[in-house]
Ligand binder design. Sequence first.
Ligand code: OGA
Ligand code: MN
Length: 281
Amino acid sequence: MNAHTTVGQLTVKPLPNCGAEVLGIDLNNLSDSELAAVKKAYADYGIIFFRDQKLTEDQHIAFAKKFGEIDINKFFPHIDGYREIAKVGKEKEQKTNIGGGWHTDHSYDQVPAMGSILVARQLPPEGGDTLFANMYAAYETLDDETKAQIANLKAVHSNGHVFGSKAYYNNEERTEFANDEAVGEAVHPVVITHPLSGKKALYVNPGFVLRFEGQTMQESPPLLHKLFAHAMNARFHTRFQWKPGSIAFWDNRATWHFALNDYHGHDRLMHRITIAGVALN
Ligand code: OGA
Ligand code: MN
């Protein structure tokens, strides 16, 4: 899995620690064998990156639909005329960015989204990279005692502290996320068997998990923070530098991501489509 693979002009180039680049394709003109290679790379690596693509909004939707149903986010503003496309933006006078901490999308849903396809639309002159973390490697490298401790644990994933009307994303400069009716929780195993790869992955994230099932928010942090700190080690990470035409397509069950917020005074706009997944076990 660490060697380059090629299908026609298409090359899958693994990156250190996390993910792979898929080069030599045009996402608007995918042959069946290229689509199969993209699906395989996605299942093998948990996140794939594309460069130099030109997708309109309709083409972004058409590409997403090759992988499943679109899961429309309940909180994000969407772009004009396209409910399927979430607007992930920061304007030059804003200070808070979206996704500026380790998290994975939609884990607060009982059937969490499979993946997210993020297309760069407007980039700052410098900065605004995204970090991705490999949750297979994070799980595999836990010590045996910790693996035994979490083997049968479940975690509660909540979103009220992020998207509620009094929460993080609803403040003096952002109010567009508030949707108290959609706020809720879901319970998932701390270690999942990944539905595509069959491998075990660590499935707790700092953005949405506040406690283990059956434990309080006072009891949970020692072990939970130990797991978070472990996965935050840079040896599991890759840093993606966006350019015009760049696309990242990540699996929310196999990775975490973190949008760096180091470009104050400039606009950054990304379009995200989230694809429906399956219940996890
Ligand atoms: C997201 C997200 C990261 C980024 O769209 O889910 O976290 O770099 N975005 O914009
Ligand atoms: Mn995100």
